[in-house]
Design a protein around this ligand. Structure first.
Ligand SMILES: [Zn+2]
Length: 220
């Protein structure tokens, strides 16, 4: 899953106002931000298998540290601790902020569960889970869009625009994310080069987080 992960970021920002939407964008993609470099350095394993799913050629056969349920819980706990003891230390709401960041990290596994083939471990090895929506481009696009709409609507309901731009910034951003997903699924060729895939994935994660940071300044 790609842009659908940001549904959780929008929803959590709508729920806990003094979290950072930009950082929630990082949190919800955090295990993927680690995953690609981990594969580059051989810590986790992925091979490209032509036609593995309709959406991509990724056979992720060993990635317990980033995409095991236990691994995800550990990263979530680390985020919780960093926010609770450092970033949100002086904030009266620090418990809620830390929890929102942790849930953001953990949400990634459950969103991936919907689209991945059964490759997501609980700890490491079998059983591996995944509902396999990636076998259909249409279903993948539709479900990510539905997730995102649900998250965005909740966010818009719970925040107010501070300027005219604020009325449209979030919706415009939503349209942009859908467009990127569309291009990714239907227009751009599948990318089976690990290095360029890693660079483009990391670049898009940080660019999206940067835009989210800009959007949240337009709404309170
Ligand atoms: Zn993932």
């Amino acid at each position: 899953m790609f842009v659908g992960h940001y549904a959780a970021a929008f929803a959590l920002k709508g729920k806990v106002k003094d979290t950072s939407l930009g950082m929630l964008f990082i949190a919800t993609q955090f295990v993927d931000i680690l995953f690609f470099p981990f594969v580059v350095y051989g810590i986790e394993k992925m091979r490209f298998v032509e036609g593995f799913t309709a959406v991509n050629d990724f056979d992720m056969y060993f990635y317990p540290f980033t995409h095991g349920l236990l691994g995800s819980v550990v990263w979530a706990a680390i985020f919780y601790a960093i926010y609770y003891f450092a970033v949100a230390k002086g904030n009266v709401n620090r418990k809620a902020i830390a929890l929102a960041m942790a849930l953001g990290v953990l949400s990634h596994w459950f969103a991936d569960l919907v689209v991945h083939t059964p490759d997501l471990p609980i700890i490491n090895g079998e059983p591996k889970l995944g509902f396999g929506l990636w076998h259909s481009k249409e279903m993948t696009f539709a479900v990510e869009a539905i997730f995102l709409i649900a998250g965005l609507v909740y966010y818009l309901k719970n925040t107010t625009a501070v300027s005219k731009i604020g009325n449209y910034a979030a919706s415009g951003f939503f349209g942009f994310m859908l467009l990127v997903n569309y291009l990714n699924l239907y227009v751009l060729p599948k990318n089976d080069d690990l290095n360029s895939l890693t660079i483009s994935a990391l670049a898009s994660f940080f660019i999206f987080a940067g835009i989210a940071h800009w959007v949240e300044k337009k709404r309170v």
